[in-house]
Design a protein around this ligand. Structure first.
Ligand code: MRU
Length: 345
């Protein structure tokens, strides 16, 4: 199952704002299409927006000037524009940085050659992302036992990556191995990625599951009904502090209080070792309408109510039991072990 297709140099994506009611595929024809798709969360999830933005940059190349100097200038502008559309997930900036490095490596070549190299790089980012998902699943499944009841937050499956997912890929693999695991999916207010997308993915993969309102997690933990928490990350700082969908921090505090292992699953592309700690991670603030209304339709708050709507929060690394990466399981002390496992000096 896939959320993105790149066929004959054309880019198609599953419009996630229409799920689970309708499965609508759309074509991204230029940079502005892509910018809007990411901004409006038709394409979402940290690794997926990285892959999508890389392809989107490439399909827009045909619109850029032919003269090399002008071409490079326009390309730089496109990349900067796309990078700005979602600030928290590092994968977007990471994938676009790879395109910038690719241009630098080939700056002496013709515009035609640079274009070919960029397409090649975007395809490579895509292929790698699929492989990273497989690796994380293989690594993470070792942490799951027969009969485990797992809580997850937001959406981390094939809708959030171009492969099988991060935390959900681990869960899918565990389901194949044990059959009897059970998953609780937080609905994930305000945009309901848990109830609309995770529940849909779990049902497609026949994983026994229930959707719960966000406020139900504490109750289930208190009753001893949750064995483990598995969720994803949008950016992990050098000390392991992790930005993920708003509400993740509450789950981490709850898990800590109830002594439930709390696992973050993320590929190396979600780490940002240039940031010492989570306090430097930029947090995207979204439109108040997403809180005032449900699914952009019905008002559930007064029309002019003031709203705060941070899309992400940061979980301090001391609340994280381990980070499951494509390179292995990372345990505390995170500052030392992240560097060690990612092989960064
Ligand atoms: O705002 P979204 O839906 O793009 O947020 C996505 C998340 O927070 C996911 O949990 C995250 O990207 C992790 S993993 C694929």
């Amino acid at each position: 199952m896939r959320s993105l297709k790149f066929v004959n140099n054309r880019l198609f994506y599953l419009d996630q704002t229409k799920l689970p009611l309708r499965e609508i595929w759309r074509e991204c024809k230029n940079l502005e299409d892509g910018f809007k798709a990411i901004k409006q969360l038709r394409v979402r999830g940290a690794p997926l927006i990285g892959v999508f933005a890389a392809y989107c940059t490439c399909i827009n190349l045909k619109k850029l000037p032919r003269k090399k100097e002008d071409f490079l200038k326009a390309l730089g502008k496109d990349i900067k524009h796309l990078k700005s559309c979602r600030p928290t997930a590092i994968n977007l900036a990471w994938a676009l940085k790879r395109l910038e490095v690719c241009v630098l490596k080939n700056e002496k070549s013709s515009v035609l050659v640079i274009k070919k190299k960029l397409f090649k790089e975007a395809k490579l980012i895509h292929k790698e992302d699929i492989g990273l998902c497989k690796k994380m699943a293989e690594v993470g499944v070792k942490l799951i036992k027969k009969g485990d009841r797992i809580l997850t937050h937001c959406n981390t499956g094939f809708l959030a990556t171009s492969g099988e997912g991060t935390a959900l890929a681990v869960i899918f693999k565990a389901k194949k191995k044990y059959k009897d695991i059970y998953v609780y999916a937080d609905e994930t207010r305000p945009l309901l990625q848990g109830s609309r997308l995770t529940a849909w993915e779990l049902m497609k993969k026949n994983v026994p599951s229930s959707v719960i309102s966000d406020s139900t997690a504490a109750f289930l933990m208190q009753k001893g009904k949750i064995d483990k928490v598995f969720l994803g990350a949008d950016r992990i700082a050098a000390n392991g502090d992790t930005a993920n969908k708003i509400g993740t921090y509450s789950v981490a505090v709850l898990a800590h209080y109830h002594k439930i292992p709390f696992y973050v699953v993320a590929p190396f592309s979600s780490f940002d070792l240039s940031l010492k700690s989570g306090k430097f991670i930029p947090i995207e603030e979204r439109s108040g309408q997403e809180v005032r209304k449900v699914l952009n339709k019905v008002y559930i708050a007064p029309k002019y109510a003031k709203v705060r709507s941070p899309a992400f929060d940061v979980t301090p690394s001391r609340l994280i039991t381990a980070i499951v990466s494509d390179k292995g399981i990372i345990y505390p002390p995170f500052t030392k072990n992240i560097k060690k496992i990612l092989k960064i000096k």
